[in-house]
Design a protein around this ligand. Structure first.
Ligand code: NAP
Length: 312
């Protein structure tokens, strides 16, 4: 008998296929009536495979009293209430490390795109302006500038390596200091003050909610750039929009937004913002590796073995 799981929402196709072949899997997001669906599977479902932002809270866990494990596709587990899981003795797993390089590539692409305005220069060319108006205006170098990393963890360290190769200097702030060769700033405001480009790569938690606010943006100043590769919730989005419109910071590079996939249309008209549709880890190889790890954690758990990448 295959273990029975619920998949919360349709995710990466190859991983969905693996989950559906290895387990008896039911898809929550497409159930015509959520409560009836949960009641129907309550007695037999022992695992959840989660994709995307659908909240997984104590209420959902209580509706599945046999639940033992929640296996998330992605390193960020902000959609899952970890305290609720801990209280109920439910294991939560994620997919760290396998996505570090792809996300760091995206982060550094955002730094270079934002500072050098490469996407805007391409739009200029495609609009025919090169021939009629002349060369695209000069931008500034990334090399020689300071990249401040708020959240120097697994992905942050991979970003630092790439930024060093571009000739940037690195500083960072975490809650706890690390044994790394980069200067440490004691708080996010000091880091912003000391940075030309501020990169946010913390997890989304209650503590980091809107950690990028007017105080931080004031500290970054009119020559400073913000890059957010973390989650939309870490930035006070309306404040950021105003600071970009009023040129109170030089620019922003954003891979993530507060209410994805909806992005406030006012961002679309800004010449000083580069916007990616949450493509941090979106490569064929990385998404496959994330899915393999998500499935592996479920497989190990149902084989009575310790999971590979446990969060709680
Ligand atoms: P990680 O290894 O846990 O690193 C997170 C870092 O943030 C740690 O160094 C941690 O240090 C620091 N941090 C946590 N809370 C903080 C706070 N309140 N103030 C300052 N620093 C804080 O995580 P990771 O694997 O690098 O992933 C980081 C995040 O990136 C994920 O949680 C996810 O939200 C995001 N992400 C985005 C994408 C994308 O597609 N855009 C893809 C993958 C991941 P301390 O504990 O010492 O504070």
């Amino acid at each position: 008998m295959k273990p029975e799981i619920i998949i919360t929402a349709r995710g990466h196709a190859g991983t969905m296929a693996a989950l559906q072949s290895e387990f008896t899997a039911h898809l929550l997001s497409e159930a015509p009536e959520r409560n009836a669906f949960l009641r129907q599977h309550a007695a037999t479902v022992h695992g959840l495979a989660t994709f995307g932002p659908m909240p997984v809270d104590g209420k959902l866990m209580d509706a599945l009293p046999k639940l033992e494990i929640i296996s998330n596709f992605g390193v960020g587990v902000d959609a899952i209430n970890l305290d609720d899981a801990k209280k109920r003795g439910v294991i939560v797993t994620n997919t760290p490390d396998v996505l570090n390089e792809a996300v760091a590539d995206t982060a550094i692409a955002l730094v270079l795109s934002t500072v050098r305005k490469f996407p805007q220069s391409e739009v200029y060319l495609r609009a025919g302006h090169w021939a009629t108006r002349g060369p695209y205006p000069l931008t500034i170098d990334a090399g020689g500038k300071t990249l401040g990393i708020l959240g120097l963890g697994r992905i942050g360290e991979a970003i630092a390596k790439r930024a060093l190769a571009c000739g940037m200097r690195i500083r960072y702030h975490n809650r706890s200091r690390k044994d790394v060769p980069y200067p440490y700033d004691p708080d996010p405001v000091t880091l912003a003050k000391n940075s030309d480009v501020l990169m946010v790569v913390t997890p989304a938690t209650a503590e980091t909610n809107r950690i990028i606010n007017a105080r931080i943006l004031d500290a970054l100043g009119p020559e400073g750039y913000l890059v957010n590769i973390a989650r939309g919730s870490v930035v006070d989005e309306p404040v950021l929009l105003r600071y970009l419109q009023e040129k109170k910071i030089a620019g922003a590079g954003l891979d993530v937004f507060a209410d994805e996939p909806r992005v406030p249309p006012e961002f679309f008209t800004l010449d000083n913002a580069v916007l990616f549709p949450h493509v941090g880890s979106a490569t064929v190889e990385t998404r496959k590796a994330m899915g393999d790890l998500q499935v592996e954690n479920l497989r190990l758990h149902f084989a009575g073995q310790p999971v590979k990448t446990r969060v709680v």
